[in-house]
Design a protein around this ligand. Sequence first.
Ligand code: PRP
Length: 190
Amino acid sequence: MSFYQPESITCNGSTFRLFISREQLESRIAALADEINRDFAEKKPIFIGILNGAFIFLADLMRHVSIPCEVDFFKLSSYGDEKVSSGRVTELKDLDADIQGRHVVLIEDIVDTGLSMKYMINRLNEKKPASVSVVTLLHKPDASRHEVELDYIGFEIPTLFVLGYGMDYAQEGRNLAQIYVIEEEPENNS
Ligand code: PRP
């Protein structure tokens, strides 16, 4: 089996270049899973993937998790088809699981302004879990507008638009096996 991993790509008229390679992702994700296996060994956590963006990260992370656990999904949208947040969170799918009294671990692909994560934490706390922890593959510390506590961070990155490994530009590019960064804006978009 081979993954789709070009060095650069054009997506919806913008050019992107390789930013975080498959090897870097694999080794960082294995290290995050080691920490999670240690910290949640006796807690039978429920991992909650925040759709759509987290689906590839969650799948790869879960394959390194070796402790008893469950998985569920919550679906939010705040970007629509744009490169900047709309400032509003739309809830598209609630959990199926009952998380009252459970140790919840939220799995996110990226925390940018923090709006989505703040919404998720508040929303889940209404359901009275025993604890809520947060894992994010990427964090843009300089873009933060809403304070949220992040327990496990894969990579801290500058405030640049990134694509691939679950993350999209107008819904395209989620299938890329590595993470790409925008290089060139389309001429009519300045
Ligand atoms: C993206 C990403 C995070 C959120 C981060 O989701 O997956 O959930 O934006 O940005 P924030 O910190 O500024 O809230 P998006 O709304 O694009 O939906 P998607 O996951 O379906 O791509």
